[in-house]
Design a protein around this ligand. Structure first.
Ligand code: MTE
Length: 365
């Protein structure tokens, strides 16, 4: 089937308008660098058409000099760097939370709202230095990213945006990316320019970047102040106090099985279980895999490109006789953070940050 935005024929479309889709897990785990036609897409509005001749990135707020930069200005005047980074949506694996209790008006992502690319662009800290912002001040400053796409929520139209703390902005991995996997960004991934904030939820990697504002407070944008906040499992929309939610930034530790579908039938004998894991700014230290629902575990073999901004692929081999099995995976990062066993501990009414042990039931024989 022909897919929009030149995506792979097997892309799983969760929503046509706006376009939200991702690769089938098996394809996702086939290449460490996700080919662009398989890279997941998360949009809150329609993809804007940007005229590259009139396009300017505006940098303003608490800066010494406001800047207005064309794409060429960025490419010609700032060092080009490559960052190998995995983007993951905070709503990845929401489907499992929804199976526990319904989560209305949110996308039911499986395990495919994550992908990995090599991004090229300018370090944001270099660009901000040009605007006269060079180091952290005593003020807890924030940097707002604004996109060009129009979004509608609660009968109001506005543009997508969000922010990150200045401390993170000044880290070398945060870039203004104009290329993805060696090619100019495609329209659906943010052409001509997007923020890439490795280690943070994908929501902060704002696409179709229009402005950057240095300010005292986090962005007032709906997607910073309201959405992408984490609440305790007992909180319900009817009783929520929005200001109490944790404004999401750094990703947690997670791991997922990609090699098998729920209730898949496999032949007896050697069975290789594979998938991804990710710790958002720390390395994965160990991945444990079980075939008996978590009673016993073996340690998986790990593969990654040695940067903490990138996911780790893992693989574990079992020899299975006919019967029913529950495959389970859990990862541990270098700070000994691990994943909760029970999904009810991480359920929240917006369906974010599900990093419970990932379980897949299979039948052998
Ligand atoms: N930027 C804009 N302007 N509009 C959006 O809807 N979605 C965000 C982020 N940046 C979004 C955006 C979210 S929630 C995610 S997970 C990532 O983009 C997804 O990036 P991708 O579509 O390139 O995979």
């Amino acid at each position: 089937m022909l897919q929009p935005f030149e995506k792979h024929p097997d892309f799983v479309v969760r929503q046509a308008h706006p376009f939200n889709a991702g690769p089938p897990p098996r394809l996702l785990s086939q290449s460490y660098i996700t080919p662009t036609n398989l890279f997941f897409v998360r949009n809150h509005g329609d993809v804007p058409e940007v005229d590259i001749h009139s396009y300017r990135l505006q940098i303003n707020g608490r800066v010494l000099r406001s800047l207005s930069l064309s794409l060429e200005d960025l490419q010609d005047n700032f060092e080009r760097v490559n960052i190998s980074a995995t983007l993951q949506c905070a709503g990845n694996r929401r489907e499992e939370l929804m199976a526990l209790e319904s989560i209305p008006n949110e996308l039911g992502w499986g395990v495919e709202a994550i992908s990995h690319a090599v991004w090229s662009g300018a370090k944001l800290r270099d660009v901000l230095a040009e605007a006269g912002v060079e180091r952290e001040t005593d003020l807890p400053l924030h940097v707002e990213f604004g996109g060009l796409d129009q979004v509608e929520r609660h009968h109001k139209q506005f543009r997508y945006g969000g922010s990150i703390p200045l401390g993170k902005v000044l880290s070398p991995e945060v870039i203004l990316a104009y290329e993805m996997n060696g090619e100019p960004l495609t329209s659906v991934h943010g052409f001509p320019l997007r923020a890439i904030v490795p280690g943070y939820i994908g929501a902060r990697s704002v696409k179709w970047l229009d402005h950057i504002t240095v300010q005292n407070e986090p962005s007032e944008n709906y997607f910073q102040r309201h959405a992408y906040r984490l609440f305790a499992p007992h909180v319900r929309p009817e009783t929520v106090n929005w200001a109490d939610g944790v404004m999401l930034g750094e990703m947690n530790v997670t791991s997922v099985i990609c090699s098998h579908d729920e209730n898949e039938r496999v032949l007896p004998g050697p069975v290789t279980v594979q998938g991804y894991s990710m710790a958002g700014g720390r390395d994965i230290a160990r991945v444990d895999v079980s075939c008996d629902g978590g009673l016993t575990w073996i340690q998986a073999e790990l593969f990654n490109d040695a940067t903490c901004w990138a996911w780790t692929f893992w693989k574990a081999n079992f020899k299975l006789a006919p019967g029913n099995y529950q495959l389970v995976v859990r990862a541990i990062d270098t700070a000994a953070n691990t994943q909760p066993q029970d999904i009810s501990q991480v359920w929240n009414f917006k369906g974010y940050m599900n990093n419970a042990w990932h379980r897949v039931n299979i039948k052998v024989g």
